[in-house]
Design a protein around this ligand. Structure first.
Ligand SMILES: [Zn+2]
Length: 494
């Protein structure tokens, strides 16, 4: 997500889906009050409690989600923008959504950047010859065919890089920056690490470095390198950039501290094609029974990096949206407004899909009641965070979301600490669309993020089903409730 205007978070107890255990959702004394000021708003329609329970019972028996995720990941695999795999995934999604009987299944064409990894390797030459484990960073340029052989200088932060000054010229700079330890709410300290991945090549090139290596963005490593996007921005010199494993980065730093000169050879064939490649956002709908022109978007991104299977990032999020729509249709739950699944393209290295959606539907964004993105993996369901642009809408929005949280579980609460939304839906934020981020336990998210280890077996089928239920229930309520989320005069529509 780009900019957070305001944020609230619904925290939902693990007991969410123990159907029998339902403290009164309408009883304000049963849940903690953390919001500073709440407008007096009418309760949600009483029938929602039974509807949420129907969804929970239905999904407890098992959904088609895990089968779909396995089919996507095992028969198509990873899905980098511009790749044949992503084109096949778009075709697969269209066919699957049509087979499930949804309405207005279609593709919106989007042109995307095509970066190709090519062959790549990293060998340590001194003080002992050995292969190191690496992944080129998305957007990187190639090395010359013979590679770049140079001394490595490891630095623990940006200040240490600046202290190198002229010593960095012609060297390979290694940013050996450990990722801060994760917690279940926020995941790991991804922003800190990702900053070095994105900016490192530009910073090192300013000192005349020949190439840059960055320590992988993870706190638990089994010598698995993590890729991800980098950017040269306005750098005068474009130098190759690659990630190395936590283990190899730490070894290089130890060798350097012990007085050894570390020399490596980096070879990369990476290139960005001059022409953009055709791709598409995939769309399907459950049309609203009363106000079909008002839209609740649910979605994730269909593209992934070119390693692993893109199961967690973001196959799981796409499946949650697809299957939530399927569950509602199977249960014959047709809300007032339309629920629209959007599977965005090119989130990982461009955000062209999210930008194209906001541009194509610019005139209709005022009719978007909410947008929910699932792009945090398949961990245990934790509810939603939210961002609302309009200050005047926030109090009513906060109070409404507290009510929704109350329906989802007895310990639903609201706090104002975390931002909400997701990268793909963020271009809708400036138009005032309330943006919700589907939240899960992220304790282990960054263990496999952007790696060869992001495979289907890492996703727990039962947790996937619970996430599908949570998304289906939330999307239904937001699409069906009498007034739209955050609507200042929502009482008018009761
Ligand atoms: Zn993602």
């Amino acid at each position: 997500m780009k900019k957070r205007h305001f944020s609230i978070v619904l925290l939902i107890a693990p007991a969410f889906f123990v159907v029998a255990q339902t403290a009164s959702a309408q009883d304000p004394a049963s849940r903690p009050k953390t919001a500073a000021s709440q407008p007096a708003i009418a309760p949600l329609p009483a029938e929602y409690k039974a509807i949420v329970e129907r969804i929970a019972v239905h999904t407890q028996a098992g959904t088609d989600g895990y089968r779909k995720l396995s089919e996507l990941c095992d028969t198509i695999g990873n899905r980098l923008s511009g790749s044949a795999n992503l084109e096949r995934a778009v075709e697969w999604a269209v066919a699957t959504l049509k087979k499930d009987g949804h309405e207005n299944v279609r593709t919106d064409p989007v042109e995307v950047v095509k970066w190709v990894r090519g062959r790549e390797s990293l060998e340590m030459i001194e003080p002992r010859p050995t292969k190191l484990h690496m992944l080129g960073l998305g957007g990187s340029v190639a090395t010359p065919p013979e590679g770049i052989t140079a001394e490595v200088l490891a630095v623990p932060n940006q200040d240490a890089l600046q202290e190198l000054g002229e010593r960095a010229r012609g060297k390979i700079v290694l940013f050996d920056v450990p990722m801060p330890v994760e917690n279940a709410e926020r995941g790991a300290g991804y922003g800190t690490s990702a900053r070095y991945r994105v900016m490192g090549a530009r910073w090192a090139s300013e000192l005349g470095a020949a190439a840059v290596l960055v320590r992988s963005a993870t706190t638990h490593s089994l010598r698995t390198p993590h890729t991800g996007a980098m950017n040269y921005f306005d750098a005068k010199a474009r130098i190759p950039a690659a990630s190395v494993t936590v283990e190899d980065a730490a070894m290089i730093s130890r060798l350097q501290a012990a007085g050894h000169t570390v020399r490596v050879t980096l070879k990369m064939e990476a290139r960005t094609e001059e022409k953009l490649a055709p791709s598409a956002n995939v769309i399907a709908e459950l049309r609203g029974r009363e106000r079909p022109d008002e839209i609740v978007v649910i979605g994730g991104h269909l593209d992934s990096w070119d390693v692993g299977q893109g199961a967690q990032d973001d196959g799981a999020g796409c499946i949650m949206a697809m299957e939530a729509l399927n569950v509602l249709r199977k249960l014959d739950l047709q809300p007032r407004r339309t629920i629209r699944v959007v599977l965005f393209t090119n989130e990982e290295n461009g955000l062209a899909g999210g930008k194209a959606y906001a541009a194509k539907y610019a005139d209709a964004l005022s009719m978007h009641a909410a947008a929910i993105e699932s792009d945090s993996g398949g961990g245990a369901f934790r509810g939603y965070s939210a961002s609302v642009k309009d200050e005047s809408e926030r109090p009513a929005c906060l109070a409404r979301l507290e009510q929704v949280a109350g329906l989802l579980g007895p310990a639903g609460s609201v706090n104002a600490e975390l931002g909400g939304g997701g990268a793909d839906i963020s271009p809708m934020g400036p138009a005032g669309v309330p943006m919700l981020g589907h939240r899960v336990d992220m304790t282990h998210y960054f263990d496999i993020h952007h790696t060869e280890a992001d495979t289907v077996d890492k996703i727990d089928p039962r947790e996937l089903d619970k996430n599908i239920a949570g998304l289906a229930a939330t999307a239904y309520i937001l699409a069906d409730m009498p007034g739209r989320l955050g609507e200042p005069d929502w009482r008018r529509n009761r």
